[in-house]
Design a protein around this ligand. Structure first.
Ligand code: SAH
Length: 242
């Protein structure tokens, strides 16, 4: 999986991409990235990437020529690089969207700044993604969010691939509570079932905790999840003491 990022702040990506999981994945050769400095695609001696908005108003708007030129060059080097514009007006990022993106070979991210981008740039991209209903000062953090979430699903990035299968959202539910040593901490014991060694019981307990937790914290998710008849009945009889 190759990530291309088009930004006016290439240095933004240095530290997040050089530690932990993303670093290891790059060392193993399972993911790679190229950070493109938008200023390298500007024309004229001022190398400007932005200009004042037509019609007047506050702030600056990113010019179309450098962004489109950068997209075209990335496209030449890498056939069919799926082009994503980070934007608060895009489709909200979900785990399902992340899984869909993880199936592609190349992703190209365009990071906006200032008041946004010239509207005509939208004709040169494949999709717009938002990471939530709030405004960031630039698309860089949003691009990193998408890269991190997508990279975890690329085979070979997370140690054991199964560990991404049972996570929150992957089956439409939140994950069950997790515990590690010590068995007793400040008077609180780890639930008995987890130290029982009975794997079937543990799996059942986890699934039920997952259901309770989702009902309590995210009823919107539970309404869309697929539950067995037995699970529906069990939930109806159980109060939320999660
Ligand atoms: N004036 C614009 C917001 C510009 S914010 C509007 O009202 O729609 C500047 C840049 O930050 C955007 O171009 C985008 O690339 C990025 N950005 C801001 N919020 C974002 C979000 N929630 N998700 C993804 N990108 C975002």
């Amino acid at each position: 999986m190759h990530f291309h990022v088009i930004t006016i702040f290439p240095e933004f990506f240095t530290s997040p991409l050089s530690v932990s999981l993303l670093k290891k994945a790059q060392d193993k050769g399972v993911i790679a990235w190229t950070i493109h400095n938008l200023r390298d695609y500007t024309v004229g001696k001022h190398r400007s990437t932005d200009d004042t908005p037509y019609g007047g108003g506050w702030g600056m708007v990113m010019k179309p020529e450098p962004v489109v030129k950068a997209l075209e060059e990335v496209g030449r080097a890498q056939p069919s690089p799926w082009r994503i514009l980070l934007s608060p007006q895009g489709v909200p990022l979900t785990q399902a969207k992340v899984a869909e993106l993880a199936g592609k070979e190349t992703l190209t991210f365009i990071c906006g700044r200032y008041e946004g981008l010239d509207e005509r740039i939208r004709l040169f991209i494949d999709e717009e993604i938002s990471i939530g209903d709030y405004i960031l000062s630039g698309g860089e953090i949003a691009a990193l969010v998408v890269i991190d979430a997508v990279a975890r699903l690329v085979p070979g990035v997370v140690g054991r691939q199964e560990s991404t299968v049972h996570e929150s959202f992957s089956d439409g539910l939140l994950e069950y509570p997790q515990y590690t040593r010590p068995e007793e901490f400040r008077g609180m014991r780890v639930p008995e079932v987890l130290v029982s060694g009975n794997h079937a019981e543990i799996a059942r307990w986890r699934r039920r905790q997952s259901l309770l937790r989702t009902r309590k914290r995210r009823p919107d998710l539970l309404a869309r999840a697929t539950l067995s008849e037995e699970e529906k009945q069990w939930l109806a009889q159980t109060s939320n003491e999660d």
